[in-house]
Design a protein around this ligand. Structure first.
Ligand code: GLU
Length: 469
């Protein structure tokens, strides 16, 4: 039997990191089993779906390595509406479902409680189809439904506690629960790997499989991803959109590796491992049963390590979208014609060791491309003290006299300027750095000055000196 798994997102918002994790788990499982990964877009909630969300899902999957053309689909749930209706009709005709016209209030009045589920009032009343009549599934009165779950063993549900749930609404439209089962069935899905929030639906869905005469799939309900307060990640509260991480400059390789480490770890206490190791070693049944903390700080640190591990040429390539402002990435503060690829290549190795996300490249190198630096006024006030004007005068004079404009000479020259005033190099550097780059932190100063060149360096220090008059 060929293993067939599916990832079945609903296109109702930005694609979520939790969804990306489920997709990767399905992807790896299919690969390990020599199986097939099916992508199905569950777009039956017409009011909440938008085509751009579907496009967002496809491109985000592509970004993390589940590339278009390498899976089966995408199928669209809405295209199977006929199958969903036919299944509802089959269940009615075989007596496994019955019509009901009770309102919530009717049920409440009979049971005396708003918390009680449906009481089976119409089970044997023979109500036929008609406008406003919902179709309910007749759940077994006794016995248990045992779900085979690769992560949880065999969760067992008492059938008598499962209410006769609605499978088609009063307007005849099948509900999600049924559509999802019918699609899995028609697509030959053998393993359903999804978030644990769907577990309460599973016994109902398994009963539907059985009632429709097909062997249910093997399930795997993966614990959800939570924030630092152990709340389920939410798009209103947390940064959850995969695209937001991509646009901030997380590397796809770091992101997908990190997502797989939520609730699982490769052997040998390692975290940074090649993707191939994760593909080999990942086991669904090793996924931790408690919810997994999505730690953005850790992800940042992780990403920094991935950035540092890139060959410089790849790092330079990876920075391009931020240097030019491509797609959804904001343009940099310089004009395209101001950008100097050689100057960038000269400082790239210095930047590569300092940034954690690729978007941070921009404030680190903007001084090289702008006609005058963007001065951070707070940094200016903090740095420019009594004596700074004279220090800058001396720096200009000393730099003007330099024969060779290189890192070593620049450093020893400024060190000597400071030493005359009894200042350590750090203190001497600070006003020069603010004058030239506009900031108190950044790339190593002397390398930066070497790349910036004599003329521009001197012009900037003189301009800062004039502001201090
Ligand atoms: N469309 C459902 C969701 O996005 C998928 C349910 C499932 O995986 O069975 O939550």
């Amino acid at each position: 039997m060929t293993v067939r798994v599916r990832f079945a997102p609903s296109p109702t918002g930005m694609f979520h990191v939790g969804g990306a994790r489920s997709a990767l788990q399905n992807w790896i499982y299919a690969k390990q089993q020599g199986g097939v990964f099916v992508l199905r877009i569950e777009d039956t909630d017409a009011a909440r779906n938008k085509p751009e969300w579907t496009e967002g899902i496809l491109s985000a999957l592509d970004w993390i390595g589940i590339s278009r053309g390498s899976y089966e689909g995408p199928y669209f749930q809405s295209a199977n509406a006929g199958e969903h209706r036919a299944a509802a009709a089959r269940l009615y005709e075989s007596g496994r479902a019955y019509y009901c016209d009770c309102t919530r209030e009717d049920v409440q009045a009979r049971t005396g409680s708003q918390y009680q589920g449906y009481d089976g009032y119409h089970r044997d009343r023979g109500l036929g189809p008609g406008p406003g009549n919902a179709l309910r599934f007749r759940t077994p009165d006794e016995g248990t439904t045992v779900v085979v779950d690769l992560i949880r063993g065999e969760p067992t549900f008492e059938n008598k506690l499962i209410e006769d749930f609605v499978i088609a609404r009063g307007d005849g439209s099948p509900v999600f629960l049924l559509a999802n089962v019918v699609d899995d069935m028609t697509m030959g899905i053998t393993h359903v790997i999804r978030a644990e929030e769907h577990l309460p639906n599973t016994p109902k869905q398994q009963l539907l499989w059985e009632a429709l005469g097909v062997k249910p799939p093997i399930w795997a309900h993966v614990p959800v991803v939570v924030n630092e307060k152990r709340q389920k990640l939410s798009k209103r509260r947390d940064k959850v959109a995969l695209e937001a991480y991509r646009d901030e400059g997380y590397l796809a390789g770091a992101m997908r590796n990190y997502l797989m480490l939520l609730g699982w770890a490769p052997s040998g206490d390692r975290e940074i491992v090649p993707w191939s190791v994760i593909e080999d070693e990942f086991r669904l049944d090793e996924v931790n049963l408690s919810s997994a903390f999505f730690d953005e700080k850790k992800l940042r640190a992780f990403n920094g390590e991935y950035i540092r591990a890139l060959p410089v040429a790849e790092f330079i390539d990876a920075c391009q979208p931020w240097l030019t402002g491509t797609g959804t990435i904001a343009p940099p503060p310089w004009q395209p014609e101001e950008f100097d690829a050689d100057a960038f290549a000269a400082v790239a190795p210095l930047a590569q060791t300092r940034i954690a996300v690729l978007s941070e490249i921009v404030p680190n190198v903007d001084f090289l491309f702008l006609a005058s630096p963007l001065i951070d006024e707070a940094a200016w006030t903090k740095t420019m003290k009594d004596g700074s004007a004279e220090l800058l005068d001396d720096a200009v004079a000393a730099f003007e006299a330099l024969e060779s404009w290189d890192t070593e000479s620049l450093k020893s020259t400024l060190e000597a300027v400071g030493a005359e005033r009894g200042l350590k190099l750090g203190k001497t550097q600070a006003p020069v750095r603010v004058a030239v780059t506009g900031r108190t932190v950044g790339l190593p100063l002397f390398e930066s000055l070497e790349v910036l060149g004599r003329e521009r360096t001197l012009t900037r220090i003189r301009a800062a000196r004039l502001r201090l008059v």
